[in-house]
Design a protein around this ligand. Sequence first.
Ligand code: IVH
Length: 686
Amino acid sequence: MDRDDARKRIEELRALIQEHDYRYYVLDDPVWSDAEYDRHFSELEKLESGFPEWITPDSPTRRVSGVARSDFASVRHDDPLLSLEKVVDETEFEAFDRRIRERLGRETTDPITYVGEPKYDGLAVSLLYEDGVFTRAATRGDGFAGEDVTANVRTIRAIPLRIRGGRWPRRLEIRGEIYLPKDAFIALNQGIEKEGGRPFVNPRNAAAGSLRQLDSRMTAMRPLAFFAYGIGRPSQPDLPDCHHALLERLREGGFPVTREYRVLGGVGPCIEYFQDLMKRRAQLPFEADGAVFKVDRVSEQERLGSVARAPRWAVAYKFPSEEVITVIESIEFQVGRTGTLTPVARVRPVFAGGARIAHATLHNLDEIERKDIRLGDTVLLRRAGDVIPEIIRVIIKPGLRRHPPVEAPRSCPVCGAPVERIPDGALIRCSGGLHCPAQRKESIRHFASRSALDIQGLGEKLIGQLVDTGLVETPADLYHLDVQRLASFERMGEQSATNLVQAIERSRQTTLPRFLYALGIPQVGQVTAQHLTESLGSLEALIRASEEVLCDIEGVGPVIGHEVRVFFDEPGNRQVIDRLREAGIHWPSPSPGVTDDPGRFAGCLFVLTGKLASLTRAEAEAFLRKEGGRLAQSVSRKTNYVIVGENPGSKRTEAERLGIPLVTESELLSWMKESGSLPRGSGGGI
Ligand code: IVH
């Protein structure tokens, strides 16, 4: 085939595939079988590899690139992605409608036209099209800036790489929700469980996890879907003047738009729409947590404008949480990572909101006592969104004999060690420490979890077997497992064993905050781990830090400071850390340059107070840390300097009382200038 023929055929195939995707994802009326699709797709791939000069960015073969990234860049949205005001009942919805009519000066007899849509429970994204071609996708983030997820979104076949038809603004931002259809969610979880992984709690988390994969080939394997629900700037030439017409235009443009939206005249029809949608909620192929009502006329939307971060012309009417009645079949105490025993009720399975419920949390002993919950009781149970179901109250049946009240176990149900009450709390704890297999399993599960060292394929069942056979006692033992050993376990083939060993291998390279979090120090979550790292810089410094130093760190405080100290003072923990490091776990030094050169402020403790005029707080803190300084929140005798911005509070007074030197912003800027650390645009003229 010559170049020209190749070009013609490539263009033809591209158009055919695009048309098929449109028919499949938007019209739900496919023309090809999967085999036909694959045949056309591989023909296109072959031709493009023979004639790479004809490849264009919107070619369907360009959806998956083979490059993994290490993080997501930040993207500022052209116009902020607003959130929605919420109403919870008819009265509140009526008040919303009244406010709108008042603002628009409308008579009671003249109802507002609304569009009702499902409120999708997925992830909001903004898709940018320039000259009709998809160029960028960003998550909502804080509404003003989000993460650049272009490479991953490109893999979603429901999202067109080129808008169909003409007459579109040159720069168009499509807004909508990426979600995982319910059936795909069930299939995905079945697959994960089969491989011994931990299933996702709900489709929303699964979609978020899939979209945030660093390797877009992973995203491509998840059947994510999309619904468009709006655009960045609704009032533009060439675009319809009503929201419902805009939705239809978007559909023609190749974007999936729900068939569930309705144009509704006034409050009554809106309420009916809401109730109907709620009734059909479980049957919908996607997860919805309510309805969204929007004023249909774009000119009216504009007149209404927005307050703070939500438009006045739209509202979210959430479904109420679901309540069901069931019976408590048993009450068990589950042993957590740090030994805390949490009571859980196993209940006669019931369905609520499309999910099967077989257990409910009882929180703690006080809660059980307060609600007087006992074995065999008939109870009212609530499932709100994705939270673990909880028991609202017991339904007392007169004349029925009840079981005696629940008593706290005296010994750990797993290891038999005595149970102790945590001072000042309703919590009880197994005193067995890491000798308790349940605590061991939980600590390993935590170590391998996504936010910790993220060892994929190390599921609950396998951890159970590894601990029960004594092969793994602490996380450090994971690094001595080999394929042969692993493959001998139940439901572990050679391939899964190899994958797991590779995942363990990969986890050797991590970051200090992740490692700290993975250690499972009581009270140290991801944020605290980050604070500890930023403040102390290295694991060695952290191990050496006194309780006083720890307590002074921002976001740490006396309770956590104490826990951290106790943890590192325990020889068993130190030994595990040493063994982990010997096994090759490593991380980059957190702030380049700090480790070798201790910096001019090494060992100095700073406190910042008041607002800085030409620097952000983060910039000032970063500079001080880079130079070896540490930051604390409150002024004490140990503070070396207090940096004072505009309108300083009591910290300044305290510093003066203690005779601690005060540093002005311009002094700070001149320090920065000397170190060559002055950020651009911060008025370096001093
Ligand atoms: S419209 C200006 N429509 O709800 C209007 N949002 O609180 C802003 N959402 O995270 C959004 N379904 O992703 C709109 N049919 C729908 C929606 C919807 C779900 C989400 C949206 C955002 C949140 C806003």
